[in-house]
Design a protein around this ligand. Structure first.
Ligand SMILES: Cc1ncc(COP(=O)(O)O)c(C=O)c1O
Length: 391
């Protein structure tokens, strides 16, 4: 990247196309060639240079998706970046690319619940065994390693409980045992953490979240190093997991302001965290309290923090927690996050895939807040009035 991340995101047009500021949307199923020789020429070019954007059919992509792949590969500092129709598609592609029947994988206990259900239930049917490790005790990871272990799958921080892990230590364990590694980096994005540079083989981002930033598109990215590129490419081909050009265009447009939005999400989230830290019945699941393990692990690897946080709330009943959430007026109640707007949910983690290492007291509940780009003083005032319902 010639300039800084911030400058690069505004000037990608100069690097990848040279007409309009934004790339044209090229929609295609059929791509017409002048002759059979021309088709073969393109196919040979694709064989020789599989990252070069040589397409003979729309399912392989068009210049619109290729531009987004080039931009993301620069941001990720990766060998290549695959695009999928959803973030979860990127999770599936990562696992499917490198595992086969008889293999084993080790997965962080607090992964996104569909990732957990995919590994603990679905993969089992294909004779792929999953064990889960405690994000706060990496001995549970190391002791699960066998000769059959092919992949360590990390999500950092963990979903809902926002556990920050010692990524360097995980990588050194993986290296020692020659095991591949993947990380779901949706929370931090490569603006705050560059997993491929750190040593991960694969890095997933749900583009549905901060990349697009406007809650109107779904997509996923899977950045890879050279070592796993061919495996992922082969899996991509047989699964047909590819992003369409219209969605790629919207994600490219969203990326222009990724840094601006994330900086503001962080500023707002910090102010909300400061306000919430005064309540004895609320434990903040956000890198805020300087003397905590979570804060130290965040500080060690990240250059910033996004707007998604958890609250571990002590309350008399679940009903009163739900009442608190329902009374948030500026926070929408709905899934996903990473858009410009604030969202609030009561997360029933006890029902989300039987987490092995989560210790929640009966009177403890998890609330997830996405802190958007509104005026933080409005958000704080809204939380303050809703908290009156938390008993
Ligand atoms: C951490 C994480 N990874 C992956 C996904 C899946 O992304 P998508 O909704 O784009 O499929 C989500 C969605 O909420 C998520 O929170």
């Amino acid at each position: 990247m010639s300039n800084s991340f911030k400058t690069f995101l505004k000037h990608t047009a100069k690097d990848f196309h040279n007409q309009s500021v934004n790339p044209p949307i090229v929609r295609a199923s059929t791509i017409i060639f002048k002759s059979m020789q021309d088709i073969r020429k393109t196919q040979n070019k694709a064989k020789k240079n599989p990252t070069g954007g040589h397409f003979d059919y729309g399912r392989q992509g068009t210049s619109t998706t290729h531009i987004l792949q080039q931009i993301l590969s620069k941001l990720e500092e990766s060998y290549f970046t695959f695009l999928t129709p959803t973030g979860f598609g990127a999770v599936f592609l990562a696992i499917f690319s490198v595992t086969r029947p008889g293999d084993e994988i080790i997965v962080a206990d607090p992964v996104y619940s569909p990732t957990r259900l995919l590994s603990q239930d679905f993969l089992k049917e294909f004779n792929i065994k999953t064990t889960f490790y405690d994000p706060h005790d990496l001995k549970t990871l190391e002791k699960s390693i066998t000769k059959k272990t092919k992949l360590i799958f990390v999500e950092n921080p963990g979903s809902n409980t926002f556990d920050f892990q010692d990524l360097g230590k995980i990588l050194s364990i993986a290296k020692k045992h020659k095991i591949l590694t993947a990380i779901d980096n949706t929370w931090g994005t490569p603006y705050f953490l560059k997993p491929i540079k750190l040593g991960f083989d694969m890095a997933i981002v749900s583009a549905t979240k901060y990349y697009s930033g406007h809650s109107d598109v779904m997509g996923g990215s899977l950045a890879v190093n050279k070592k796993v590129f061919a495996k992922v490419k082969a899996a991509e081909r047989v699964t047909g997991l590819r992003l369409g050009p219209d969605d790629a265009y919207l994600i490219t447009r969203g990326l222009r302001t990724l840094d601006v939005r994330l900086d503001r999400h962080r500023e707002n989230a910090k102010k909300v965290a400061e306000f919430l830290s005064k309540f004895k019945n609320i434990k903040l699941l956000y890198p805020y309290k300087k003397d905590s393990y979570n804060f130290r692990m965040w500080k060690k690897y990240y250059s910033g923090a996004s707007g998604l946080m958890g609250l571990r709330v002590k309350a008399k009943s679940e009903k009163s927690v739900v009442k608190f959430v329902n009374n948030l007026k500026l926070f929408g109640h709905g899934y996903s996050w990473g858009g410009f707007e604030s969202l609030g949910l009561h997360q029933n983690v006890r029902e989300q895939g039987n987490r092995k290492y989560l210790k929640l007291e009966k009177n403890e509940h998890i609330v997830r807040l996405h802190i958007g780009l509104e005026d933080p003083s409005d958000l704080i005032a809204d939380i303050k009035q809703a908290l009156k319902h938390l008993k």
